[in-house]
Design a protein around this ligand. Sequence first.
Ligand code: SER
Length: 879
Amino acid sequence: MKYITVDEMRSMFLKFFESKQHQILPSASLVPQGDASLLLTGAGMVPFKPYFLGQEVPTYKRVTTCQRCLRTPDIDNVGKTDRHGTFFEMLGNFSFGDYFKEEAITWAWEFITEHLELPVDRLWVSVYHDDDEAYEIWTKKIGVSPDKMVRLGKEHNFWEIGVGYPGGPCSEIHFDRGAEHGCDDPNCKPGCDCDRFLEFWNLVFIQYLQVEPGKFEPLASKSIDTGMGMERIAALIQGVKSIFEVDIVRPIIDKIAELAGTSYGADPEKDVSLRVITDHARGLTFLVHDGVLPSNEGRGYVLRRLLRRAARHGRLLGIEGQFLLEVVDVVIEQMKQGYPELEERRDYIHKVVSLEENRFHETLDQGINLLQEIIDQLKAEEKALISGEDVFRLYDTYGFPLELTKEIAAEHGLEIDEAGVTAAMEEQRRKARAARTAADYTNKHGELYKQLLGKVNTEFVGYQHLEYSSKVLALIKDDQFVDQLTAGEQGIVILEKTPFYAEAGGQVADTGTITAKVGQFQVKDVRQPVESIVIHQGVLISGNIKVGEEVLATVSSHERMDIARHHSATHLLHKALRDVLGDHVYQSGSSVDVNRLRFDFTHFEAVTKEQLALVEQKVNEMIMANNSVQVENMSMEEAKAAGAMALFGEKYANEVRVITMGESKELCGGTHVSSTGEIGLFRIISEGSVAAGVRRIEAVAGKQALKYMDEREKILMEIAGNLNTKPENVVDQLNRLLEQQKQLEQELNQLKKALAGDLVEELVKNAEQVANLNLLVTEVDITDHEELRELGDRLRDKLNPAVVFLGAKTSEKVSLLGMASKNTNVHVGNVIKEAAKLCGGGGGGRPDMAQAGGRMPEKLDEALAKAKELVLEQLKVSP
Ligand code: SER
C-alpha cells in the first residue's frame, strides 16, 4: 500500500467526490446548530438532518465533507485500549434525494481500490441481512466474490441515531488485518468480536425516519450518508498499530511522553494515561474552538470531563503543574492544515484551557483528600459502595466529574452508588428546569407543520417593509387546522409573505396586527418552527379571519425601531469590547428587545470601571459618527475575507448577510437602524459574570437610554432638593454632611462616657456591704448590651470586691447582667439563669460575668429580687 498522510487523504477524498459533482463543504461545528435534541456532532450527517427529512431544501444535492466528530459513549474505555477514542474525523459523501445505492457503492469501491490502492483480496463487505439489492450490486456490478460478503443483522448493519433522526440499512467495508489479529474460529468473518476485521467505511442507505424508539416510517425520498473513520483508514494505510500512531496523532502522544519523561510503548500503565490525554486534548481543543465553555451541564460538562480527566492523567504520569497548553499547541499544529481557524483562535483556546486546568488543580487536592477519607472509612467499615451523596458533593463542590470518582473508586476496588448520584443530579436539574419554561407552541404543532412542508414557504419581506398584504395560507386553533378564527379566539396565522421578524439570533419577534376584511388579529409572538414556515401567534380581537383571504400585516413600527436600536448597538458594543479588552472577546449570546440589550461575551476577569467607561464612550462615538448601516449579501468566503465577525460555530448558509457600520462588520440576519446616529444614545446599566469566562453587559439605547438618564436625573434632583443645594454641589454637600455626622458621633460617644461616669457615681451609692463585699442590685435605663456591659465593668471595678446585678427593660424585653470580682464565692452565671426564668427568659455565663434576656418586663423587679436572694444564699448570708 502506498503511504498517505492524513492531510493528503482529506483532500484526496474531497477532490474525488468533487469530481463526482459533489460540493465540498467545510466541517460544521461540534455543537449541532438549530438542533436542541443532540448534544454533539457525532457523525458527518448531523448537519444535514433537515435535508434528509425534507424539512429544508438543500442548495446542493450532493455534498462531501470531512467532519470533526465527538462521541462520548466509549469514554470510559478511552486509554484502556488503543481502539477507543472520543474525537475523530469522518470523511463522508451525501446525497439528498439524489443518487442511491448503486452510485454510493460504486464510488466507494473506486476510491478505495483505485485511489487508496487497498489490496482487493483484503477487503470484505457486509450488508443488512435482507438487503438483496445491495448484495446484488456488490457481487454482480462490482464483482466482490460472494465468499467475501456477509449478511449481518440490525446490530451491525442498520444505522440509527435516535428519535427524530433519519436512518436505514447500511453496508460496511472491512479490512482483513490477517489471521494473526484474529480469534481461533476458522469461520471468523466481519461481525466477529475479534480484532481481525476492521470496519472502516459505512454506507448508509437513508430511507426511514425514526418516529419512536424502534419505530421507523419511510421517508418520501431516499438519500445516502456515508462515513469513513479517518484515523482508522489512516492507521491501515500508514501501517501503524492504532489510531494513536497515525501521522497527525503520534506527535501529540510523543509530546506528552516527553513531558512525562517516558516514551509511548515503554510502560503499559503509562500508555493508558498517554492515550487518554492524547484523545481528550484533541476533543477539548475543538470543543473550546467551537465555543463550548466548561460547566456542569450539557456540552460544558463534556468539555470539563475531558479536560479534568486529561489533567488528572497528567498527574498520574508525574507531570507537575499545568501542561495542557503545550499539548493543545501540538494538536493545533497537527490539525491546522485541515482546520486553519484553530490557529486564529489559539489565544482564546489557551485562555479557556488554562483557566479550567488551573481551577481543577486548585480543587483537585482538596477533592482527592476528601475522597481518600471516604475510601479509608469505607474500607475500615468493610463496605464497597461510595454513597450517591458523597459522589455528588465531590461533583458539585469540588468539580470532580463523576467518572473520575468512579475511576478512582475502581482503582481501590470500590463502586459508586449510581442510582443515588442520579437522584441527586435529577433533583438539581429539576430545580434548574423549573426556572425556565419555554414557549411550547412551536414544537407542539410539529405534526401539523410537517403537513405544510412543500406547500408553504413563507417569504420574509420585513427588511424592506413594515406593512404588507398577503394571503392567509393556514390557521391553527387548539392543535388543529381551522378554516377561520373568530373574535376572542387564540390561534396561529400562517401567511404567504410576512413583514414580521420571527424570533431569531437573540432578537425578539415583532409585534403588530394582521387586518382581515372584517377582523383584526393581534400578533403577540412570531416564530419559525421550521426553516420554511413563519407562524404568527396571537388573538383575534374582532370579527374573523379566514384561510385564503387577503390580509394586511402591519408591524408595530415604534417597537421595531426600539428593537433595531438595541440590535445595532450590540454590534457597536461588540466592536468596542474587542477594541478595549482584546481579540479574545467573542459574542457568546445576546438578547435584544424593546427595552434593553443583553450581550454575553468571553472574557476572563471582571471588566474594570475605567474599561466600561471607555467602551461606553467608544460606542457613543460610533453612534455620533453616524455611519450608514450597509447590508450586503455575499458568499461566506467573501465575508471572511472582508473580516466579518461570525458567531462561534454557527451554521451559515453559503450566502450570508453582512452588516457593516463603520468599523464593525458582522454576519447577522437581524433588523437594524439605517445609520448609527438613529441609535441616539447608549448607556451601560450593568456588567457581571454569567459563567466561568463569560461576562454579561446589560445596556440601553435610544428612548430607553434617555428614560434611564431621566430617572437618574430625577433621583439627583430629589437628593439636591433634600440637601437644599444645586445638583452640581451635591457631592460636596454630601461629603460635608458625612464628615459632620462622623464628628457628631464622636461627640455623642464622649457625652455618653461622661454621663456614664456620673451614673456610676450615682449608683455606687446604692451598694450594700455584705460579707466583705459590695453588693449592688439595681434597675438601670440602658438596654444596649455593650453599654450595659461597660457600666457593669465600671461598677464592679469601682466597688471591688463586688457583685453587681443590673436589669433594664423596654416595653417588650428585659436585659440582665451579672458581674462579680474574682474570688467572691458567687457564681453569677448560675444566679442569672434562675433569675432570668422569672421574667420569661434564659441565659447564663461564667462565674464572674453573665448576661440574659427575658420577654416579661413587668417581672423585672421580681427577677432582681430573686438575684439578690440567690447571691445572699451563695454568700451564706440570710436576707
Ligand atoms: N452516519 C453513519 C455513521 O456515522 C455514516 O456516516 O457511521
